[in-house]
Design a protein around this ligand. Sequence first.
Ligand code: 3PG
Length: 406
Amino acid sequence: MKTVKVLTLDDFDLNGKTVFLRVDMNCPIDSKTLEISGTKRIEEAIETIKALEKSKLVIASHQGRVGNNDYTGMDRHAIVLEQLLNKKIKYVEDVIGQAAQEEIKNLKNGEILLLDNLRLCAEENYEFSPEDAAKTIMVQRLSKLFDLCVLDSFPSAHRAHPSIVGFPYVLPACAGRIVEREVRNLDNIMTVAKAPHVIVLGGSKVPDRLEAIKMLIKNGRADHVLLTGLIGNVFMRAQARIKYPLGIKREEEVVAKAHALIGEYPDVFSTPVDVAIDKDGQRVELDVRELQTGDKIYDLGPKTVEHYSKIIASAGTVFISGPAGFFEKENFSFGTKSLLNAVADSMATTLVSGGHLTTALKEQGLEEKINHISTAGGALVLYLTGEKLPMIKALENAAIKYRSGT
Ligand code: 3PG
């Protein structure tokens, strides 16, 4: 992949400038209390926010997806930010309306304003070409209030939303510290990555994952795909080893896609042979053939972990994304912890991705043994396919424009 050097914060005089900073503070949310249950992504945003301390800073992020439990306002994020920075954060329950615009105009040097969830604005839920994103009401209304756009939401770099591809089309734009670091490290890693490429995939965003898996295999980036978590269950249903519906969105469609993938690449996929289910709060391990209708699969069993660990040990490059089960519950964290240990012990080039796994990695003190850790999930999977992500393209084009003075 040919890389154009993108601009960074070091290329601009930030003093007194009104800056639009797109971060990714999309955090896990407790479905009962609606409280933020993991603040890692907010913590990560701090470095770039501090680098912009002499600007009039407007921070924007999405949280969850419309219709999902984790779709909330950003009021709690404002409180967490305030605590982490030990500084007053202005917060407005608005994104593109009069209230938000007035707050932006009234900002003074050194002040920080957090906008509400970007996805409250309908346009932010659709993908656009950069030209069309620049024509959205969001970009038309807000861009005239800013001097600079800083993109630092690497976990959403694969989304061609107006806040990601529209603002950099009309404003000078650069990468924030997270994006700068991720791109530099990943480019370095991709030049040393060698076969066999082992991908360990779990997590719950199944439709996104299915598309990416196909591209990874086609582009020679996945010799073995070891499936865990919800996506593992989908493939087991496709193999008719789970004989009951899993109760997930668009289930028949995703199962059919998984079935087609197995047919096309029969030697690439491994699925669990044993699992742990939840029986009245207790962990019960059983062979996949013993599953009964309605059994809730919360973790991998020991035979699967042993088998997957052997494949990981023989890898040239290992990429692991998404937890292997309900790892927040101690008695179902075995699979996730064991696979992370196997990755940390391997001699391969190692990448760990996604908020859940990076938290688990930290808890186990394994961070030092991993080559690259990223809080991005889906964005990183797509990056590894060799596809250029919309955000990176937008930053490269902004750099070309800036350097040519147009
Ligand atoms: C993520 O957590 O992967 C990013 O924040 C993107 O979220 P999305 O998949 O809802 O666009």
